[in-house]
Write a protein that binds this ligand. Structure first.
Ligand code: TPP
Ligand code: MG
Length: 569
């Protein structure tokens, strides 16, 4: 290694390494030459040296969404490098998605401090001509990050990025933003001694709140528990099963659920209709829920509401009405275990009666599900029923496969028929459309070559995804995905919205619906093939299983596969 003085690029890299970031997810920009140089220097000196691996990605949405998928699987803070205000704006949709998902992430991009008039190295004329943002790029990032700031001097760069990473991991986890000006990255850096980064501290529920929750649960005659996201932590998933079994409490995953929270085949799983179950409940437990019913004030029934969440008030929600009567603030797994340990004086007869009643309700719902699948899979002519696609994926995907979902009108069908029984099996993409491919790539990166990762995506949502940069990253980094496009030839959800507002309007009278028609979309299978992936088109139910099998064979062989399924609805 040369004995040239260290610079800001080295400082940033040192902070990433000390934060324990496994990867730097990057989309190129001219401010990053100092980091590239530092990485090249490191590789020259010691090719086997540790530290984060750098991923060269070709679209900001892919870079950020990959970091989201990876952090979602691992829980570890990752670093994303974007370009100036432009790259931040391009990636902003996915940064907002990371905020909603609650994953720890440090996002950096630069600006110029001297515009070429300052001393030192030349930042380049583009910073003067095109790239300045009044108020600095941190002003752009502020509304959709936990914290956004500028590192205005190289002396604070290492410390600021490090603290940003610690902040990102602190509950509620989320993305933070650091503006790293070009001149700061190019400046000479003198490292100071810094100790290891401590693990983020957990939130421990107060003893009196745990005791109160246990009393409420033991006394309830008709309790119901709704859960949206707590199952992302496998320990919380297990703790919820234990508590639910102890109390024979029905568990509901409302439409707002974003992951597998409770085994679908468990007799206590009671589907997704919280409003119906809560209507005559005496206790509603909201576990890790941010928006369990809609409209916000329309709490069903008159039950007492017990909210259990690491941070019950989601700070990034502009409006949130949980109508809570009691809060328990604590990380889900230890809190649920603590509550279970405190439950006393259960009415055993009532609990067993409830258990039997819920088991038969579950069996009835399951029978209806099977019938729907038989009907869908038995269809012989025409396009494919989405129920058949969801059921086929359930039956054909390996038991340890993960399904990332970016469908809109089909998401409930997928959640219902996938019958996910393990934590991590199902993950819904949060935030604006176009992130699914990146999130799935990040999940695949975390899971490794042996684990199948599938993306289900609406045809409209697929058009929002940076398909070419995503398939390129899949090939370049050995991250083959199975993509199943739910093609109904439309933004069906937009039409449903229109119909809700104007059920007898001019569009209904004349059939002139705008914002709906996707009949001009390119053939997703042909696009995939052109980009080096395997492409399949499924036009009838009989073609479905063979195409999925072939696609999975391609994926096992290292090639991504896109299966475009033409749907009845
Ligand atoms: C970035 C972004 N732009 C626009 C929207 C608005 N939007 C929500 S759903 C939707 C249509 C999705 O179409 P598709 O994936 O085909 O699902 P379908 O409605 O047909 O089920 C649109 C345009 C959005 N959510 N995000
Ligand atoms: Mg569609």
């Amino acid at each position: 290694m040369s004995d040239a003085p260290l610079d800001g690029g080295e400082a940033l890299l040192a902070a990433c390494r000390d934060l324990g970031a496994d990867y730097i997810f990057s989309s190129a920009g001219s401010e990053w030459a100092p980091v590239w140089e530092a990485l090249a220097r490191r590789a020259e000196a010691d090719p086997g040296s540790g530290g984060p691996r750098y991923l060269d990605l070709t679209h900001e949405t892919i870079a950020v969404a990959m970091a989201t998928g990876y952090a979602m699987e691992t829980g570890r803070v990752q670093v994303v490098l974007l370009h100036a205000g432009a790259g931040l704006l391009q990636g902003a949709n996915a940064v907002h998605g990371a905020l909603l998902t609650g994953v720890p992430m440090v996002v950096c991009s630069g600006e110029s401090a001297g515009y070429g008039d300052g001393a030192g190295r030349d930042p380049g004329s583009q910073w003067y001509r095109n790239l300045s943002v009044v108020g600095g790029p941190q002003a752009l990032a502020a509304p959709f990050t936990k914290w956004a700031c500028a590192a205005n001097d190289v002396s604070v760069l290492y410390g600021m990025v490090r603290r940003a990473g610690e902040l990102a991991a602190q509950p509620p986890a989320g993305p933070v933003y650091v503006n790293t000006p070009v001149e700061v990255l190019l400046d000479e850096w003198r490292p100071a001694a810094a100790g290891p980064v401590p693990r983020a501290a957990g939130v421990v529920a107060a003893d009196e709140d745990v005791a109160a929750a246990a009393r409420l649960l033991a006394a309830a005659q008709r309790p119901v528990l709704a859960v949206e996201s707590a199952g992302r932590d496998p320990a919380a998933f297990a703790a919820l099963v234990e508590l639910a079994e102890l109390l024979a409490i029905p568990v509901v995953e409302p439409q707002s659920a974003v992951c597998t929270n409770f085994p679908r085949s468990h007799p206590l799983h009671q589907g997704s209709d919280l409003v119906a179950l809560a209507a005559d409940a005496d206790l509603v437990v909201l576990l890790g829920c941010r928006s369990p019913w809609y409209p916000p004030s329309a709490k069903p029934g008159s039950a007492t509401v017990l909210v259990i969440d690491e941070v019950p008030h989601r700070p990034y929600m502009a409006y949130q009405v949980l109508t809570a009567d009691h809060y328990v603030s604590g990380a889900a797994a230890p809190t649920l275990r603590a509550i279970a340990a405190r439950v006393r004086d259960l009415d055993a007869g009532a609990v067993e009666e409830r258990r039997a009643r819920l088991a038969s309700a579950h069996a009835a719902a399951d029978g209806a599900r099977r019938e729907a699948e038989q009907r869908a899979l038995g269809a012989t002519a025409g396009a494919v029923d989405p129920v058949a696609v969801a059921a086929a994926l359930r039956d054909l995907l390996p038991a340890d496969a993960v399904l990332v979902d970016e469908t809109i009108t089909h998401s409930r069908t997928i959640a219902r028929h996938l019958m996910a029984d393990q934590p991590g099996r199902y993950r819904y993409v949060q935030g604006g459309l176009g992130q699914g491919l990146g999130v799935a790539l990040g999940v695949k990166l975390a899971l490794g070559a042996e684990r199948m990762t599938a993306l289900t995506v609406g045809d409209g949502s697929w058009l929002y995804n940076p398909v070419l940069p995503g398939l390129m990253a899949a090939a370049q980094y050995g991250l083959p995905l199975l993509v199943v496009v739910f093609s109904n030839g439309a933004y069906r959800s937009m039409q449903m919205n229109h119909l809700r507002a104007y059920p007898e309007g001019a569009a209904v009278r004349t059939g002139n619906f705008l914002g709906v028609d996707l009949s001009a979309q390119p053939d997703a299978a042909a696009v995939a093939t052109a980009a080096g992936a395997a492409g399949f088109t499924v036009a009838s139910t009989g073609q479905l299983a063979p195409a999925l099998e072939k696609a999975m064979t391609a994926v096992r062989g290292g090639q991504s596969a896109v299966v475009n399924v033409q749907l009845t609805r």
